[in-house]
Design a protein around this ligand. Structure first.
Ligand SMILES: [Ca+2]
Length: 132
């Protein structure tokens, strides 16, 4: 399940704006209903992905489990991933954010409903040339 309306921003590891292989600024992406995002035509380098969640969502704990394609990379306090090295020709689909929408207490029952977890799956790629 994806989260729509999240903003995904790509910067260098110092938080500075980056440009793609053609020298154009890499604009932030707002996720669609699948939650997926795609940055293409990037230069090899070191990047940080910053996730900004829609109202009401919170990040899950990062780096849970052993599957890097499914774990959350977002620091719950900042929404930033770790500094990631993107090699030439690499297509990195492992940087993502887990988030959930807390549900209000059910008054009277004493039961806390289990929040539904969602993911913002990532996809980003470098390549030397743009495909025709
Ligand atoms: Ca991950």
């Amino acid at each position: 399940m994806g989260i729509s309306g999240a903003t995904v921003t790509l910067t260098d590891c110092n938080g500075n704006p980056v440009t793609d292989s053609d020298g154009n600024p890499v604009a932030p992406i707002t996720t669609a209903s699948t939650g997926a995002y795609l940055f293409i035509n990037l230069k090899p380098g070191q990047y940080t992905v910053t996730f900004t969640l829609p109202d009401g969502y919170r990040f899950t704990q990062p780096y849970q489990g052993s599957d890097t394609a499914k774990d959350s990379n977002a620091n719950p306090a900042t929404g930033k991933s770790e500094c990631v090295i993107l090699a030439a020709g690499e297509n990195n689909r492992t940087i993502d954010a887990g988030a959930y929408k807390p549900l209000p207490w059910e008054t009277g029952s004493g039961m806390m409903p289990t929040p539904t977890a969602s993911r913002i799956p990532a996809s980003w790629a470098s390549r030397a040339r743009r495909s025709p």
